[in-house]
Write a protein that binds this ligand. Structure first.
Ligand SMILES: NC(=O)c1ccc[n+]([C@@H]2O[C@H](COP(=O)([O-])OP(=O)(O)OC[C@H]3O[C@@H](n4cnc5c(N)ncnc54)[C@H](OP(=O)(O)O)[C@@H]3O)[C@@H](O)[C@H]2O)c1
Length: 372
């Protein structure tokens, strides 16, 4: 592990195992193979923070500055993070943050559930000497771009579309609702708590026709669906989607069931948040993306380092729209951009889109009443 970066634009990003066996095997191939899942959950509670790798080669296309960083891991699964007492989870994330400080990071990003737990980064930031960001602001910016782009590829114009957001009361869901409301024809906000949905609807007022529901079935008429819950298992099943629907799954772990991939070739499911990183970036660790690509939340952390913005950035569940626009501008100035779409770990190709469109067309044709 290198402690001597050649730049003062340094960052660290906390990751954690999501799919216990597969993700543990990325760092410890033998343990990942031999340990059964319940034992991984159990041991993860006692494992110390883990140094994962150095990240090199992030280079701004604007200033030519380079940034260098590290992946560090908080060894809790989402299941552990939700079931253990909050203070204990905070303690582990803060310990992992201290590891980032020792490495020399000047800003820290919180990946996946480390940004979901408790008050979404506020307590963690208070306990650390370096600034912290959840990365959620850029995640929202990229999610809004990705759903529009995926719709365009499927021939769906956003302004005419019926969009739905699942998890609309969450940090990311409520912010993306505000971004999308002025851009789509109709918007359905789906969540578990009606009172919280009403608050989000108020914030979106002035845009599309907006309705709310606590029933997942309400997404069925939607053309564009953006799902971003913190459920630890899949919640969107084949029967929830109409032929030709586009689903952007921003959640980690995924919200969309693998059954959808197997049983619904007439819908397009894409993963949210893949961003191209400027420069010859090397993560020295395979987190499951193609070379040179990162999650939007990682990209926010890197962009802040390149910009020299060493201050707490996105924290808590109220993400300001201005902040989303600002990080989008900072990131694109340095050369980060939405990059390609993936569906269940595979690149979405023009042939894939053509196949989905054809299947959706066939499905609709079969159901249309025949002329008298
Ligand atoms: N792809 C990326 O780059 C990226 C970046 C950051 C985060 N994420 C992922 O985004 C997701 C959400 O993050 P967040 O910060 O917005 O979380 P959050 O603020 O905690 O919001 C979570 C939302 O999910 C809902 N929810 C929780 N469990 C549910 C269940 N079992 N069924 C239906 N709805 C449920 C919550 O409803 P209530 O309001 O009723 O509790 C809330 O609306 C997480 O999976 C996280 O890992 C992805």
């Amino acid at each position: 592990m290198s402690h001597y970066p050649l730049t003062d634009r340094t960052f660290a990003f906390i990751i954690h195992p999501i799919d216990p066996k597969a993700d543990v095997a990325r760092k410890y191939p033998l343990l990942g193979r031999v340990l059964p899942e319940p034992l991984i959950h159990f041991f993860s509670s006692y494992w110390p923070p883990v140094y994962i790798s150095e990240i090199t080669g992030v280079r701004s296309i604007h200033s030519g500055e380079t940034a260098c960083g590290w992946f560090v891991a908080a060894p809790y699964t989402p299941d552990r993070m939700l079931k253990l007492p909050e203070q204990r989870v905070y303690r582990k994330i803060i310990q992992t943050g201290h590891l980032a400080e020792e490495l020399g990071a000047r800003v820290l990003g919180l990946g996946a559930f480390t940004s979901v737990v408790g008050d979404a980064g506020i307590t963690i930031a208070r306990e650390l000497d370096i600034p912290v960001t959840t990365g959620d602001a850029y995640t929202v910016a990229i999610a809004a771009q990705a759903i529009t782009e995926a719709g365009r590829l499927m021939g769906i114009r956003a302004t005419d579309a019926h969009a739905a957001i699942v998890g609309a009361t969450g940090a990311i869901g409520s912010a993306v609702a505000q971004m999308l409301a002025p851009q789509v024809g109709r918007l359905t906000l789906i969540g578990r708590r009606q009172d919280a949905l009403d608050v989000v609807r108020e914030r979106c007022a002035g845009g599309a026709q907006i309705d709310t529901s606590t029933d997942l079935a309400a997404m069925h008429p939607a053309d564009l669906i953006l799902t971003v819950t913190s459920a630890i298992g899949a919640i969107i099943e084949p029967q929830h989607l109409k032929p030709g629907a586009v689903v952007l799954d921003v959640a980690r772990p995924r919200d969309v069931s693998r059954r959808v991939a197997a049983e619904r070739p007439d819908v397009l499911v894409v993963e949210g948040g893949m961003v191209e990183v400027p420069g010859p970036v090397d993560f020295h660790f395979n987190f499951g993306f193609p070379e040179g690509k990162a999650y939007a939340c990682m990209a926010e952390t890197m962009a802040l380092a390149l910009e020299g913005r060493f201050e707490d950035y996105t924290l808590g569940r109220e993400i300001e729209i201005e902040r989303i626009r600002e990080i989008d501008a900072i990131a694109s100035r340095h050369g980060f951009r939405l990059s390609g779409l993936r569906s269940f770990e595979r690149e979405v190709t023009p042939e894939h889109i053509a196949r989905v469109r054809q299947r959706a067309h066939d499905h609709r044709a079969r159901r249309a009443p025949s002329p008298a």
